[in-house]
Design a protein around this ligand. Structure first.
Ligand code: ZN
Length: 428
């Protein structure tokens, strides 16, 4: 297939421009709905309504663990999924002449952290110059909405894709990836996928896998006056955390063996994201529980990484007299996900390159990221090139998260141009 007619490309970008204020207002409305884990329903209702109004066929369902738990991409989960709702809208052409496409995005956002260090309420979107502030603005409500408005722009010109397009709004991207996996298990497949995650206007070439695990440490509670006879679970936890950092460094030292990761400064990041323990300042703590996240290279099996994690904990525990006889317990309670590489030179990538060049006036760059992405579900389990490509954002998962509106507009333009070329167009 050849590139788009330049006049049509200009019209499409102009249509994106024309609809952009409405697109920003829509994004702000979505940011106002705090779709933290377990509270995504209102935001998903909002998406469902907006997509139904546009005439798409809608599918909304709760993730069924039974249906995905034996899939190699499944991540173990400890929460109830009865309210974990995915929404998928389907566009069917009159005549299927182009290639099919999935436009995916996640609705879930991470917790805000202390709101008093934000410059405004996290779920009250604030526009300041080129920035749109708010939890989820960059990661990734702006991208999720860009998918919708890219199609709207084509429609304003009287066109629609001449191929099947699925618009997916999924849950669980920030903790398991089971939302995107559930879409696959439900039968949604296409010739290419786009996920407009906040990727600084670049394409993700490769990214790490991620494992979440929780470590439970037991101690012996005594009064502090006889502390020598007790065992401090919190202090023991610190020893284990040090051991896990050493494991992560040994993995970082192997980066040269992994294509695309050689030049990253520190591809494997280990994080203790949550810790709890003890009951009283004057009691030696009997318990400590901490939640961890570690990355792994593409091609490495999570089960093998888990074995190394457990071996490290065993070895570290053996050096602590009390822990040697009371080994810590490990629970896998989230991501158990492989990384992936987007092989170079696919037709989808070439199409994206042309669309990006037309929208940005410069060549598309690719890069490697040390964070989890749902792109793995498409690349690893359905052989679909997945283009994770999206706007410039700052402070995602941090304080004062914000996304660049100029970048969102260009990304929307790229997606609209991509659809026009990849799917081909017919009269709406
Ligand atoms: Zn994200």
């Amino acid at each position: 297939m050849t590139s788009l007619d330049p006049a049509l490309a200009r019209d499409i970008l102009a249509a994106v421009e024309q609809g952009f204020e409405t697109q920003i207002a829509f994004t702000q409305d979505l940011i106002r709905l705090p779709s933290l884990r377990g509270q995504e329903q209102t935001a998903q209702d909002f998406m469902h309504r907006a997509l139904a109004e546009r005439g798409y066929a809608l599918d909304r369902w709760a993730i069924d663990v039974e249906q995905i738990k034996h899939h190699p991409g499944f991540s173990p989960v400890k929460i109830d999924y009865s309210q974990a709702l995915n929404v998928v809208a389907t566009h069917r052409p009159r005549e299927e002449t182009g290639r099919s496409l999935i436009l995916n995005g996640h609705i879930d956002v991470v917790p805000t952290g202390p709101t008093e260090i934000w410059s405004g309420p996290p779920f009250e979107p604030r526009r300041e110059g080129d920035w749109l502030y708010g939890r989820g603005s960059g990661d990734m409500k702006a991208g999720l909405v860009a998918n919708v408005f890219a199609l709207d722009a084509l429609r304003h010109l009287g066109y629609q894709p001449a191929a099947t397009v699925y618009l997916q709004s999924v849950v669980e991207e920030e903790c398991t990836g089971n939302g995107a996996l559930a879409c696959l298990a439900r039968g949604y497949k296409a010739d290419a996928a786009i996920i407009p995650e906040p990727e600084d206007d670049k394409l993700v070439r490769a990214n790490v896998g991620v494992i979440w695990f929780q470590v439970k440490v037991r101690g012996v509670p005594v009064h502090v006056r006889e502390a020598g006879r007790g065992a401090n679970a919190i202090e023991a936890a610190y020893r284990l955390i040090d051991g896990l950092h050493e494991l992560a460094e040994s993995w970082n030292a192997r980066k040269g063996e992994h294509r695309y990761f050689e030049d990253l400064e520190h591809p494997i990041n280990f994080n203790v994201g949550r810790i709890e323990g003890g009951d009283w300042a004057s009691s030696v703590p009997a318990w400590c529980t901490f939640d961890c996240r570690i990355a792994l290279y593409p091609g490495e099996a999570p089960a093998e990484a888990a074995r190394e994690i457990e071996e490290t904990l065993r070895r570290t525990a053996a050096e602590v007299p009390f822990l040697a006889n009371n080994p810590p317990e490990v629970v896998y309670n989230g991501f158990f996900a492989e990384g992936y590489v987007l092989e170079e030179g696919s037709a989808a990538e070439r199409t994206l390159g042309r669309a990006h060049a037309a929208s940005y006036g410069q060549a598309l760059e690719s890069f490697v990221t040390p964070g989890y992405l749902d792109g793995r579900v498409f690349v690893l389990y359905q052989g679909t090139p997945c283009l994770v490509y999206g706007p410039y954002a700052e402070a995602i998962h941090g304080t004062d998260e914000r996304v660049s509106l100029a970048s969102v507009k260009r990304v929307t333009g790229t997606i609209a141009l991509f659809i026009a070329e990849w799917c081909d167009l017919e009269q709406a």
